[in-house]
Design a protein around this ligand. Structure first.
Ligand SMILES: C[S@@+](CC[C@H](N)C(=O)[O-])C[C@H]1O[C@@H](n2cnc3c(N)ncnc32)[C@H](O)[C@@H]1O
Length: 302
């Protein structure tokens, strides 16, 4: 007869500790950013150029000098791994929703006077903030742009190449009928110099949301905070909410794209709204998408 021997069950091996790559927030200057790819292949989403995601994986497979975080991204088979890799190497649906909301809001005619400060939290590819950066560069409007992601490797492999591509595209410097460019660190440096002359400043921040993150990025300083697919985890939702709200100037807004529910992870819109209500913050739904799994873009006002 089968008998379950409770006391003699082998003790399971200690689960390996999650390595919190880049957990401590770090502010990187774009010109000094560790800039890896020597060649970038790209394609367009509407008028927005971005690095092909398969090109990132190709690069990781080719290089023999991967750091620990890059090795992990290469080996990871899942969309995200809590506190290790938080999903930035994929463009999630919410990013496209947010791009659409931004485009609709300026209806083809992006007109602003004076400088603006923007931040995209959990940016990954950073398409929504890249759209605003593109408009500012095209029209030589000053502004500050902070791209933040949990994983430094995501920033160096995807976000920074996308910023460079957006710059080249806005300045009409991308070769015609090509889908690849050769790059070198000098390109990044001359981009920074050119943007400096216009008053466009770009900062890159890696690491986890929290008090230290806010200290680095600035409090009550931003005119607009963007985020997409960042409310999926019950664990990080309070710090995400706090960082978002702290960043905004009084009266300023955040646009947050999210799925109504994230099956199997626990977070979602209801939990996010509950935290906003507890803080007495005004919120409204500015767009709704999706059939079976509903997606929304929320505006949160400080
Ligand atoms: C699902 S991905 C979404 C990426 C991108 N916004 C998109 O929609 O394509 C979630 C993003 O949130 C960021 N993130 C998740 N947890 C975080 C945390 N605790 N601190 C900082 N960033 C975090 C990750 O860097 C990741 O890029």
């Amino acid at each position: 007869m089968f008998k379950f021997d409770f006391f003699n069950v082998e003790k399971p091996e200690e689960a390996p500790q999650a390595t919190n790559f880049g957990r401590e927030p770090v502010l990187h200057q774009l010109a000094d950013f560790k800039y890896q790819p020597k060649r970038i292949s790209y394609s367009f989403y509407e008028d927005l150029v971005r690095r092909d995601l398969y090109d990132v994986m190709y690069e990781l497979k080719q290089r023999s000098d991967l750091n620990e975080e890059e090795k992990l991204l290469l080996e990871s088979n899942s969309d995200l791994e809590s506190n290790v890799y938080e999903g930035g190497l994929k463009v999630w649906e919410g990013s496209y929703d947010l791009v659409k909301v931004l485009k609709d809001s300026f209806n083809g005619d992006f007109q602003i006077s004076g400088s603006r400060k923007y931040m995209e939290l959990g940016c990954g590819a950073g398409l929504p903030l890249c759209l605003l950066l593109y408009k500012h560069i095209q029209q030589n409007i000053p502004g500050k742009f902070v791209f933040a992601d949990y994983n430094e490797a995501v920033l160096s492999l995807l976000t920074v190449p996308n910023i460079l591509l957006i710059y080249l595209s806005a300045r009409n410097l991308l070769p015609e009928n090509e889908n690849e460019i050769n790059t070198d660190p000098e390109m990044l440096k001359s981009m920074v110099k050119d943007l400096d002359n216009v008053g466009i400043e770009i900062e890159i921040v890696s690491g986890a949301w929290g008090a230290q993150f806010t200290k680095l990025t600035g409090e009550s300083d931003f005119d607009l905070v963007l985020a997409s697919e960042t409310v999926y985890s019950l664990e990080s939702l309070p710090s995400f909410t706090k960082v978002t709200v702290s960043a905004l100037k009084p009266g300023a807004s955040a646009l947050v794209a999210a799925k109504q529910v994230y099956f199997g992870v626990g977070g979602g819109v209801i939990e996010f709204l509950r935290l906003l209500d507890a803080e007495g913050l005004h919120h409204s739904t500015v767009a709704e998408y999706g059939e079976s799994v509903k997606r929304v873009v929320l505006e949160v006002k400080k």
